[in-house]
Design a binder for this molecule. Sequence first.
Ligand code: R5P
Length: 323
Amino acid sequence: MPGPRVVAGTAHPGLAAEVAALLGVDRVACDLERFPDGELHPVVGEVRGDDVYVVQPTGPAVNEHLVELLLLVDACRRAGADRVTAVVPYLGYARQDRRTRAGESIGIRVVLDALASVGTGRLVVVDPHTPALEAMSPMPVELLTAVPVLAAALEPLAPGAVLVAPDLGAVHLAEGYARLLHRPVAVVRKARLSGKAVRAEALVGDVAGRPVIVVDDMISTGGTIEAAIRLLEAQGAATDVVVAATHGLFVGRALERLAALGAREVVVTDSVPSAPTEPTAPVAPGAAPTVAAPPTRCSLAPLLAQAIGRLHRDEPLEELAGG
Ligand code: R5P
């Protein structure tokens, strides 16, 4: 049986290369031309009759990467691919999953419909903002989880720590970590005031005198984590804070923000590439805590390669999806 074919978009070629290497296949040749007016023009190599996996997270610049993904899937379909799976470890717009006031769109529904309309046969996503994504999708969705990968990195970091969900949406993740790490869970109730501003309103659980590991699906501006840590401090949690999230977008000065809060370590996956502003050198011993250390990045390549291998062989993925 011919192997799976991996098409790498420009969003994260390093991750796609690692995935292809683990699968033991070459990436499909692929060119992306940019027209002077900003249009994208991808051209994929020979994929006729193939089982194709387009690897393209839609982190910043989210709209560029999303349109490129749509065009790549369309190109593969038109080139005669037998089936096309979009492997989108970080799926942007997933937070826009309901209307909170009149006049809003449901962004994720638009994205899912667009992916289906270009012929995406199946979508693979890691720890999306809401597992309800699957119910909104016209095409089958494989929900993978990075919790076991991140839990292995967190295990030695904060013995005796309480796992803290910084909002209600993160409770299922915190519970997943808690099952693997055998630690208690606390939950912050958060109100979102805008895309940039949040307020932590209350804490459920006992954190007094304990180190904490704050876990979330994603860190964008760092506002959610900041609000949670401020509340935890006010509730008497020890100042020993580790932060973990599946998707480390680190928009703007998010890492500096976390460092200023005294977060000892920030652990994320490589679902999106390092942000351009991300520091590359470790903090010098004794340096001011407001200087951000680079986050620890756990590779998703083995998880994605395993998922692609199984999909290609029509095998079930349940154990890669947590539960
Ligand atoms: C929202 O509910 C998500 O789960 C994250 O908590 C949030 O999107 C993180 O964004 P930021 O870092 O900008 O607060």
